[in-house]
Design a binder for this molecule. Sequence first.
Ligand SMILES: Nc1ncnc2c1ncn2[C@@H]1O[C@H](COP(=O)(O)OP(=O)(O)OP(=O)(O)O)[C@@H](O)[C@H]1O
Ligand SMILES: [Mg+2]
Length: 178
Amino acid sequence: MKELSLHLLDLVQNSVEAGAKDIYIEMKKDLINKKLMLRIKDNGKGIPPEMLEELKNPFFTTRKTRKVGLGIPLFWELIRNCDGSLEIKSEVGKGTEIIAEVPYHCIDLPPLGDLPGTILSIIATNPDLNFSFRFEKNGDVFDFSTIELKKELGEVPINSLEVISFLKKYLYEHLGGW
Ligand SMILES: Nc1ncnc2c1ncn2[C@@H]1O[C@H](COP(=O)(O)OP(=O)(O)OP(=O)(O)O)[C@@H](O)[C@H]1O
Ligand SMILES: [Mg+2]
């Protein structure tokens, strides 16, 4: 079974491939409504309306005729199996926003997997992009932005060994309990 953080990685990869320069990632564990929310917003090239329709109705299209890949349809299937919701908003030339909500007690929900490690690899493999993160669990918020970090780093590259090992510690400290 695939881990949720690998779906996150897939979705972020879509944003990167769409040429986004700024990517916002939000995750929220809502204890009251027992829901897990994931939001990814980018300023990439956007999804043309006909493709958006196809992505929204993966079961109306057969595999043979589908021109798009499997990342979103697989994610969609997972969300659907758990009676969750998935919203994709996109405007060509502006960007894309994906909001998923799913009950976290769903028996078919895969484990989260290595969230801090996933975030770390997203940052390390895309040093030129700006990422902002917001993680909220039980009202506790952990905000983090590579824009701020880069300002503090000055000339030191964000994917240099010492920064990566600092980030690794920092992210495991804050996200290890997810
Ligand atoms: N954030 C995004 N911005 C622009 N286009 C997107 C975005 N996310 C998805 N798309 C478009 O939707 C298509 C389908 O995405 P999906 O993740 O399902 O498949 P893929 O990325 O093409 O292949 P795979 O994920 O299987 O490697 C993409 O090929 C891309 O054209
Ligand atoms: Mg993809």
